[in-house]
Design a protein. Structure first.
Length: 383
């Protein structure tokens, strides 16, 4: 795994981080650009998003920890955008802006607020400023007081629109896990415990290992939207449940079932890549797949190997090979092609979206971490 780790670290520190630092940051108006042209590396988006800013704060925090020395300046730039442009008077954060960083609406998105918390944790870990911890506690209070669903879990945002999704809850768990080591109030631990309980009771089919995406208002039944299972999210939950296990000491059942479902149905044997969407029975719902599920495949396989009871590297090799195909297909190192059409077995030539860099860096960070820094998950005997 050392060779893969060195290759991953080199791509982040010497290719992606310098490119996005130079071309992906709007140093004049503030914030980060949403997408770059594959050839000229210029911005092609007509808006800016809170989601992009928060994810780029993570990217440059992690890149800095890997050795990219300019990363701190990018993180500080991102925090300035959050505090000066995106924060609103109610305690939340706005989601959409024009290129001058003027808000396009007053809507707030719980998914985006989860990434505000996550980015603040990454920035705090890098900069050790109390401002970020205090801000995170304010955002957590806002979520707990203003965005609680009257039945269970959290609203989709303000205004709330159905169907309800597992996805915002999953990223809230990710954010809480990032804060647990630094939170003396235990507020993030309480929410993390709640979210894992909701996952087991409502999102997961404990018999099959499938995790559906959409639900009704009570989370008791599926929404009227057709059932959708995303292999990328199956693999992402494996990583997060393993991280939760490590952080709390609470063993997590059903990881093996999720892993088996993902491998039995989630891989496209014709392409060597994943499927983008399945139904709850494991049937593919289309031929198109994006880059990000393959980053979660890498992280899931790292979790499995770090359980210490398997030395079979084949699945990790398949996952990293699949991810590198998206990166190597781009004409400029540090960019990538975002989508692959499995029917034609070819990549689509489209601008590189900035938000995908969060996924790539997350996968490469997992690869590059020393074994003693990784989660230990002794569930492998059941896989």
């Amino acid at each position: 795994m050392t060779k893969q780790a060195d290759k991953a670290r080199d791509w982040v520190v010497n290719c992606a981080a310098p490119l996005w630092f130079k071309y992906g940051i709007d140093w004049k108006q503030g914030g980060f650009y949403d997408a770059l042209d594959l050839d000229s590396c210029t911005n092609i988006a007509s808006r800016k998003r809170l989601r992009t800013a928060t994810r780029q704060i993570y990217v440059f925090s992690e890149a800095s920890r890997m050795g990219f020395h300019e990363g701190k300046a990018a993180v500080e730039h991102g925090l300035e955008f959050l505090y000066r442009r995106a924060r609103n008077g109610s305690g939340g954060y706005l989601s959409h802006f024009d290129l001058n960083c003027e808000p396009l609406s007053k809507d707030q998105d719980t998914y985006d607020l989860a990434f505000v918390l996550f980015s603040l944790a990454q920035a705090y870990q890098l900069l050790r400023r109390e401002q970020e911890r205090e801000e995170a506690l304010l955002v957590l209070r806002y979520l707990n007081t203003e965005l609680r669903h009257p039945i269970i879990g959290f609203l989709e945002g303000s205004p709330h629109r159905g169907p309800r999704r597992q996805n915002p809850h999953m990223h809230l768990l990710e954010a809480c896990l990032a804060w647990i080591p630094f939170d003396e109030t235990r507020g993030f631990r309480r929410v993390a415990d709640e979210l894992v309980s909701i996952f087991h009771q409502h999102f997961l089919n404990v018999t099959s290992g499938a995790i559906c995406e959409f639900f009704d208002e009570s989370l008791e039944g599926r929404s009227r939207v057709p059932e959708v299972v995303e292999p990328g999210h199956l693999l992402e939950w494996i990583w997060l449940l393993t991280q939760y296990w490590q952080a709390t000491g609470n063993p997590q059942p059903y990881i093996a079932q999720i892993y088996r479902f993902a491998h039995a149905f989630g891989k496209n044997p014709q392409t060597g890549l994943l499927f983008g969407e399945l139904d709850s029975q494991g049937n593919a719902l289309g031929s198109m797949v994006r880059l990000w599920p393959h980053t979660e495949w890498v992280r899931a396989e790292v979790s499995v190997l770090d359980g210490g009871q398997s030395k079979d590297m084949m699945q990790l090799e398949q996952a990293t090979t699949a991810l590198w195909r998206f990166l190597n297909a781009a004409p400029v190192s540090g960019l990538w092609l975002e989508r692959h059409d499995g029917l034609r077995n070819q990549f689509l030539s489209e601008p590189a979206p900035a938000t995908s860099l969060y996924h790539i860096v997350g996968a490469f960070s997992a690869l590059a971490a020393a074994p003693h820094d990784r989660a230990t998950a002794p569930f492998l005997k059941t896989i």
